[in-house]
Design a protein around this ligand. Structure first.
Ligand SMILES: CC(C)(COP(=O)(O)OP(=O)(O)OC[C@H]1O[C@@H](n2cnc3c(N)ncnc32)[C@H](O)[C@@H]1OP(=O)(O)O)[C@@H](O)C(=O)NCCC(=O)NCCS
Length: 161
């Protein structure tokens, strides 16, 4: 059975170290930030979201354990207000590269649903970058539906008159 187990301080520290550059890279890939500004902006966003790091109230960090107790990934979510109700917002889920495509994320989300209900939260929200086809496919399969879609079309220089 897949379990969402408590994350140790050492596990959080390793995760946190990768979080800022990874988020910066996603924002650059999405065309929203330049490479030069990305590290500072990512660090600022993370600092404002997690002023007390792992101990920030309302934020939950869990490792994902497979049926044998082996850690195969991690998940970060927070209890947030949305549309007049309290929901769980998933900030991140990661399955370690060598453990991907074995159903761990699908089972982790099922386990999360149970945990979220135990916490008295009404649903699960999340964001996915347009370039993240794997995560998007996962969420569609799990029954998540878009609540808003950002679109962008790159244009070349104007044609001469
Ligand atoms: C996205 C991610 C969490 C998926 O984890 P996973 O354990 O490999 O996913 P699962 O094996 O549970 O896949 C469940 C379903 O999701 C879809 N899916 C998962 N990975 C996919 C991929 N690379 N391409 C297409 N569909 C994919 C499939 O429908 C899959 O079902 P199937 O294998 O029976 O076809 C993993 O690729 C990951 O950690 N990526 C890097 C971090 C990330 O992008 N996190 C999401 C942030 S929003």
């Amino acid at each position: 059975m897949t379990r969402l187990a408590p994350m140790s301080a050492a596990e959080f520290a390793a995760y946190f170290e990768a979080l800022i550059p990874d988020y910066a890279m996603d924002k650059v890939t999405a065309g929203q930030w330049t490479p030069d500004e990305s590290q500072a902006r990512s660090a600022a966003e993370v600092a404002s979201l997690l002023p007390a790091g792992q101990a920030t109230p309302g934020h939950h960090f869990r490792v994902i354990e497979d049926a044998s107790g082996q850690t195969v990934g991690l998940i970060w979510f927070a209890a947030e207000e949305q549309g007049g109700q309290k929901i769980a917002y998933v900030y991140d889920i990661r399955i370690f590269p060598e453990a991907r495509r074995k159903g761990h994320a699908r089972r982790a989300f099922r386990a999360l649903e149970g945990l979220v209900q135990e916490l008295g939260l009404a649903g699960i929200g999340l964001h996915v970058f347009g370039h993240n086809a794997a995560a998007h496919a996962l969420y569609v399969e799990l029954g998540y539906r878009p609540t808003g879609i950002n679109l962008f079309k790159a244009l070349g220089p104007p044609l001469p008159n």
